[in-house]
Design a protein around this ligand. Structure first.
Ligand SMILES: [Zn+2]
Length: 320
């Protein structure tokens, strides 16, 4: 079984009841971005100062199928859905031309304003590729920005982590403000990069969900007989979400702009995200997280941006 230790189900009775909604109704754990400890330039120079840590992502759940689009209603095999999805043949992500909101992330109000604009812009960016992929591109997740440390969702109870949840044809992105506001105190630029990357990653899961990849991947994972194979499937899913997220950031990099100090801190975030030494190997090594993040980010000039994020067609070494 997949490691479910990072979250608690609401209760087996609830999950069982939900199982009636769809064939794919078993609870799926879907990991959010995970990150290692990270350093700002300031703390790196001070050996006695603890490095700010980027928290591990939650293991949110997907319950039920996405809204139907003609690209996700075929009877393709699960492997075809994840490996030869129409998403990979879609054109460039549309730059939203949105600028980063110039606001302090010290308070909930600021974080909410910052993330809300980025959310709207990310929705706009993905509309065309999702339409081309035959997905229900108009369906937006609901963004929930909250100061609560513990979040109750249809996917269970999650603490101190951003996560994506889908249930009964709807989806949510939960963004707790605690870590962002905490980073802001030591490094505002790191806070901005972390907030931007985290939301983009979670939106990547929404793209996976709408295209059928998320559910198919979870079905594949359950079908694998070994824990090692299940973990690899989890890593393919997570690394792809990071790649898709980075692709949306990269598509708009001239306008946001993702440059200068913000770009440097973003590089730091993606370079230090991934499985921690001794931890569960469900997100991918730091090296591979960086690899796929750049594969997405630098795809901006490619004819098929999302196609650069096909982690399901990569050899095991690239998803280790
Ligand atoms: Zn994730």
């Amino acid at each position: 079984m997949v490691n479910l230790s990072r979250y608690t189900l609401r209760g087996m009775a609830t999950v069982g009841a939900l199982a009636g909604f769809a064939a794919l109704a078993l609870p799926n754990a879907q990991a959010a971005q995970t990150s290692s400890t990270t350093k700002t330039a300031a703390t790196a120079a001070t050996a006695t100062t603890a490095d700010p840590a980027i928290p591990n992502g939650a293991q949110p759940i997907v319950i039920g199928n996405p809204p139907a689009g003609d690209g996700v209603t075929t009877k393709s095999s699960l492997t075809n859905v994840v490996r030869y999805n129409r998403l990979y043949k879609t054109g460039p992500i549309t730059p939203s031309k949105c600028k980063e909101v110039n606001v302090s992330l010290r308070t909930y109000t600021g974080v909410n304003q910052y993330l809300s604009q980025l959310f709207r812009c990310t929705y706009a960016e993905w509309a065309l590729p999702l339409k081309q992929a035959g997905a229900a591109y108009k369906v937006a997740p609901k963004l929930v920005v909250t100061t609560a440390r513990t979040i109750n969702s249809y996917c269970g109870t999650v603490t101190d982590t951003a996560f994506f949840c889908a249930y009964n044809g709807k989806s949510w992105i939960y963004m707790p403000t605690g870590q962002i506001m905490s980073f802001w105190k030591s490094s505002p630029t790191l806070a901005r990069a972390y907030a931007t990357n985290t939301l983009a990653h979670e939106y990547g899961h929404h793209v996976q969900w709408l295209t059928g990849i998320l559910n198919a991947s979870w079905q594949r994972q359950r079908a694998f007989s070994t824990y090692a194979a299940q973990l690899e499937e989890s890593r393919r899913r997570e690394l792809q979400a990071s790649c898709l997220g980075s692709a949306s950031i990269g598509a708009n990099k001239r306008y946001y702009p993702m440059a200068g100090g913000l770009y440097q801190q973003w590089v730091y975030v993606v370079t230090n995200s991934g499985d921690q030494p001794g931890g569960v190997r469900d997100h991918g090594s730091l090296k591979n997280h960086r690899f796929w993040s750049f594969a997405g980010f630098n795809a901006a000039r490619s004819y098929a941006v999302a196609g650069n994020c096909n982690t399901f067609n990569a050899t095991s070494a690239y998803v280790s």
